[in-house]
Design a protein around this ligand. Structure first.
Ligand SMILES: Cc1ncc(C[n+]2csc(CCOP(=O)(O)OP(=O)(O)O)c2C)c(N)n1
Ligand SMILES: [Mg+2]
Length: 324
């Protein structure tokens, strides 16, 4: 997808993809509490519009480096629910790490999910920048995109990656999901800026703040940034403002999140918003929505039983493909 206009079919795809993301993460959370997953689960609940909308703006040859809240990027690139649950359950059939890892540490170069998520914050920024440098040196019209959180902008990797990309005018798009919290640290204790997008001023690149719960707005801003990058005009920093609606991970009860803030943002839910708009446009009704729900339920049943029936890694292979 690279058109800047979203046709009705695109809007329905975005809606369906955001719903799939939420359903997969809800199911994974349930399985975690039943001790049927290997590692902890991190969700992007309430933030679906960002990874889905931004990744939708990429072309087939572009690459994306998501983090743990960005399942939408994987889904848009065609990673399946089967692969995701195999990964969560540490099965050999997991596409990236063959059962040696869990969580959303997935990648598939063929589908342009370049770097599997890097746990250490935020080397994916210099890595995406490196991809963009390679594209530029080879004269390829490709773009790299990477996602990260508000807290991640306080790291050295962020500064080094963004500064280098800006100075070299590299074709990379930096998407910051500002969910207003980095674990239990709120924005106001993380930086003195009023608007995180203003970080871009220090690097001499455009900084755009967009409503991160409006998938069309995210798509539009990202399209512009992707086109700018492809034209050779360098990187853009996009701040997608949203809210982390749950704990940092399933183990975090998040009592520090003010209830009124959660309530206020619940009214701006990105899936409900697009759903409401689609209904106004006559593209969605109870029947179509029910059909989408049934298809997703079927997809989850299939994926969970696929993963649970897949083998775990034989002990003698535990040390293969591992580097010290
Ligand atoms: C270098 C480094 N420091 C600390 C951590 C532990 N850690 C993992 S996620 C996280 C918070 C990140 O916040 P943010 O960047 O805002 O992303 P969010 O979780 O809100 O999506 C922290 C401190 C880490 N993984 N790497
Ligand atoms: Mg955050």
């Amino acid at each position: 997808m690279q058109e800047t206009q979203l046709a009705p079919a695109d809007l329905l795809t975005l809606y369906r993809t955001m719903r799939r993301m939420r359903a997969i993460e809800d199911k994974a959370t349930e399985l975690y509490h039943e001790k049927r997953t290997v590692g902890r689960i991190y969700t992007g609940t309430g933030q679906e519009a960002i990874s889905v909308g931004a990744t939708y703006a990429l072309g087939a040859d572009d690459v994306v480096a998501p983090i743990y809240r960005d399942m939408g990027a994987h889904l848009v690139r065609g990673i399946t629910a089967r692969e995701i649950f195999a990964q969560y359950m540490g099965r050999v059939t997991a596409s990236s790490n063959h059962g040696k890892d869990s969580g959303l540490h997935l990648s598939d170069i063929a589908r342009g999910v370049t770097v599997s998520m890097i746990s250490n914050l935020t080397p994916s920024i210099p890595v995406a920048t490196g991809c963009a440098l390679a594209f530029k040196l080879r004269g390829e019209p490709r773009v790299a995109m990477t996602f990260f959180g508000d807290g991640s902008t306080s790291t050295g990797h962020f500064h080094e990656g963004v500064n280098f990309a800006a100075a070299q005018r590299l074709p990379v798009v930096f998407v910051c999901s500002n969910n207003q919290w980095a674990l239990s640290t709120p924005n106001r204790k993380q930086f003195a800026l009023e608007k995180l997008a203003d970080r871009a001023l220090g690097y001499g690149i455009p900084g755009v703040r967009v409503d991160g719960n409006d998938v069309e707005a995210v798509f539009a801003a990202t399209c512009e940034a992707v086109q700018r990058a492809r034209r050779g005009d360098g990187p853009t920093f996009i701040e997608a403002l949203t809210m982390r609606m749950r704990g940092h991970s399933v183990t975090d009860t998040a009592q520090y999140l003010p209830q009124e803030m959660v309530d206020e943002w619940a009214k701006k839910d990105p899936i409900d918003r697009l759903g409401g708009k689609l209904r106004e446009m006559g593209l969605l009704d109870d029947e179509i929505d029910g059909k989408i729900s049934a298809e997703i339920a079927q997809e989850l049943d299939d994926a969970v039983s696929y993963a649970e029936n897949a083998p775990i890694l034989p002990a003698e292979e535990a040390l293969t493909h591992v580097y010290a």
